[in-house]
Design a protein around this ligand. Structure first.
Ligand SMILES: [Cu+2]
Length: 175
């Protein structure tokens, strides 16, 4: 049965290709290898290498000492609206959105939203998820009187969150 031999060979080639890969984030299950083998081994290889390159560039690593912080707002602060918010960052560069540059990113301000966005997840863009892709270092937000939660979230050039390490939340009260 030539077909069976071909499938077995394709599977084996696929496994070798995956084992040689340095992309630790991709795991090949028997299912995907088998699915690829149904077509042919070259398409499996192409698929595998596309994953590691092109449009799914891995999220750049977060420098160990990098952090973000509110320069002018302390936890529990009582403030007036509009609320001035100054963004602080250290240990990682501030850059405009666009290219994915390792060791850099831009700020996002989440208003009464998440405490942080999981690493690798694109920060959505709406009235409570504000992007500062021009490398801005602050803003003013208009908030109703009462308690509010503000979160800074740093993300890479294509707005993928750097996760909890590069986030900071403060709870404030607007008078
Ligand atoms: Cu962004």
């Amino acid at each position: 049965m030539p077909t069976k031999i071909f499938v077995a060979a394709a599977l084996l080639l696929g496994m070798i290709a995956c084992n040689n890969s340095t992309d630790s984030s991709s795991t090949t299950t028997t299912d995907t290898a088998a699915a690829a083998a149904k077509t042919d081994s070259s398409s499996h290889e192409a698929m595998h290498h596309d994953t590691a390159a092109a449009n799914i560039t891995p999220l750049p690593a977060v420098p160990a000492d990098a952090k973000v912080f509110f320069k002018n707002l302390k936890e529990g602060a009582s403030v007036k609206s509009p609320v001035k918010v100054e963004f602080g960052v250290s240990g990682i560069k501030l850059d405009t959105a666009g290219p994915i540059v390792a060791g850099s990113g831009h700020h996002h301000l989440l208003v009464d939203a998440e405490d942080s966005i999981p690493a690798g997840t694109v920060v959505k863009k709406d009235s409570t998820h504000l992007h500062f892709g021009k490398a801005q270092t602050g803003t003013e937000v208009t908030l109703a009187p009462g308690k509010h939660k503000l979160t800074l979230q740093y993300a890479d050039g294509i707005h993928r969150s750097y996760g909890a390490q590069l986030s900071k939340t403060v709870n404030i009260t607007v008078k």
